[in-house]
Structures are given as structure tokens and as C-alpha cells.
Ligand binder design. Sequence first.
Ligand SMILES: Cc1cc2nc3c(=O)[nH]c(=O)nc-3n(C[C@H](O)[C@H](O)[C@H](O)COP(=O)(O)OP(=O)(O)OC[C@H]3O[C@@H](n4cnc5c(N)ncnc54)[C@H](O)[C@@H]3O)c2cc1C
Length: 263
Amino acid sequence: MVLSNTRTSSFSENTVEGRIFGGNDQLPKTLAKKLGKKIIYNRPLQRLDHDSKGVTLSIKENQRLVKISAKKCVLAIPATILKDIEISPGFSPEKTNCINNQQYGHAMKIAMQYGKRFWDDKNSIGQRVFTDTPLRRVYHFSIDQPGPKGILLSFTSGEDAIKLGRLDNNRRLEAARRACTNIWAQTANFWEKGIVKYWNEDPWVKASYSFAGVGQKGFRETLAKPEGSVYFAGEHTAIQRASMNGAIESGLRAAEEIKKTAT
Ligand SMILES: Cc1cc2nc3c(=O)[nH]c(=O)nc-3n(C[C@H](O)[C@H](O)[C@H](O)COP(=O)(O)OP(=O)(O)OC[C@H]3O[C@@H](n4cnc5c(N)ncnc54)[C@H](O)[C@@H]3O)c2cc1C
């Protein structure tokens, strides 16, 4: 079954509100530019030692551990990663339980480039469809870019993402191409290439975003609570969890908490 909720997708008609033109990555990149060399990349935290006086972070740099000391730190790492980091002394039992058990979703996006925007053709079902194929929702993703080529994006999640996640990338793309042919019969004529991103296999997040699982009422508040010199941020600690604004909200909250201890 396929449901379509919009038909048109021409370049000029779709200056859509609520999007950052040119891509959302411009948001963190702009923030990063202001911080300059204060940000160090590709140095995963491996161990955290902490007491009331401060913290020592052991980070992996070129296969060796380097220590950084500070009076306080904010951990904005997803719980999926945090649970494997050595913490000494361990956090409170309540916090540790939430870190170990916080539920996260599965999400995969498959971008498919076609030589023609056939979804705009007169008798087409349209360019934003909701299906019971493994692709779930599929929509025109190059809507802000001029044609004639175009990109369809599948944003699939839950069981369907898990099932596709068991396949290698070629087979994921093959499954996506097949599913698209069931939605728009002419897709096979215009296929060019595709790319897959499965967040649950990304070593820096190992999940999509958090959700309150059964029995997890109050997890968010516990995950957000400071422990001595260590503060916590990230969407999993935010009221508006699973969103970019939630991540920002949590950063502002952690900054306020630190500011209060400084006065
Ligand atoms: C498929 C998908 C679609 C989404 N769509 C939307 C949307 O339309 N709108 C919206 O608002 N939100 C959306 N979100 C949610 C949004 O992207 C997240 O909620 C937000 O990015 C989370 O920010 P964060 O800072 O908590 O976590 P992240 O952005 O994951 O940041 C965590 C950071 O920790 C770092 N890290 C990991 N391990 C270590 C380590 N060992 N040492 C040091 N650093 C480490 C990572 O590199 C990363 O920089 C979507 C998410 C997904 C996955």
C-alpha cells in the first residue's frame, strides 16, 4: 500500500520552511568554526576518572591514551557509547542503570539518484509517499536543487531498518530499488546510484535517538542529573528528546548548571 500526500515538487514551489538550505550540517559546522581549535576530532573518550576536585579524561589519540584534566566536564555522548566507557568511581546505581538500559530506535536512510524526476510526471503518485514496503516513507530529497536529475530518500526505521540492517550495502540498495519499482514503475529506466546510512552501525552513536521505553519513566531526569564534577547533555537528557532542539536545550541546561556552581 502506498499513500501520497503531495503531488508537486518543482524547484521554485518548494522553498520549504523549517529547513536549512544547503544541508543541516551547516549548523554544527558554523558553531564549530566559532570554537576553532578548541574542538579536537577523532579522539574517543575511553576512561573517565573523577572526584569532587575535578576530572581526568583518557582519550585515544593515534593508538595511545592521552590524559586531559579539568575541574568539570560535560558528557554529551549517547548512552549507547557511554555504557562502554570506563568510569572511576562508577556513577550512582540509578544513573548506571539508566545508561545501561536507555532504549534507542533504529533508523536508516537510503538516498537514490535518478536521471529524471519521474515522480513529477502527470500520472505519477507523487513525490512524498508512505508505504508498507521496507522503505516506509519515501520522498523527493533534492527538492531545493534544480533538475533534471533528482534524489528520492527513504527514511525507514524500527523493524524494517533492523531487517535491512542485516544486509550488506549492495543488497540494501537492491532492496530499495526493487521497492521503488513497485511504487513508480518507471524507476528502473532512470536509476543512477545510491547511498545508505544506517545510524545503528555508526561507531559514534550506535543508535538513532532515544525514546522512553516501557518502565523508563524518569530515566531522562536521572540521565541529566550531574554527578560531582561531571555534567550531562545530549538529546537523551532533554525534554524535547530525539531532536536537534533537544540537544541544544540540554547543552544550555548543562551550561546553566555549571554557571550556578561557579557563583
Ligand atoms: C535518521 C535521523 C533523522 C533525524 N531527523 C531529525 C529531524 O528531522 N529533526 C530534528 O530536530 N532531529 C532529528 N534527528 C535527531 C537529531 O539528529 C538528534 O537528536 C541530535 O543530533 C542529537 O544530538 P546530540 O548532541 O545529543 O548527539 P550527537 O549529535 O549524536 O552527538 C554526540 C557526539 O558524541 C560524540 N562521541 C561519541 N562517542 C564518543 C567518544 N567515545 N568520545 C568522544 N566523543 C564521542 C559523537 O562523535 C558526537 O559528536 C534525527 C536523527 C536521526 C538519526
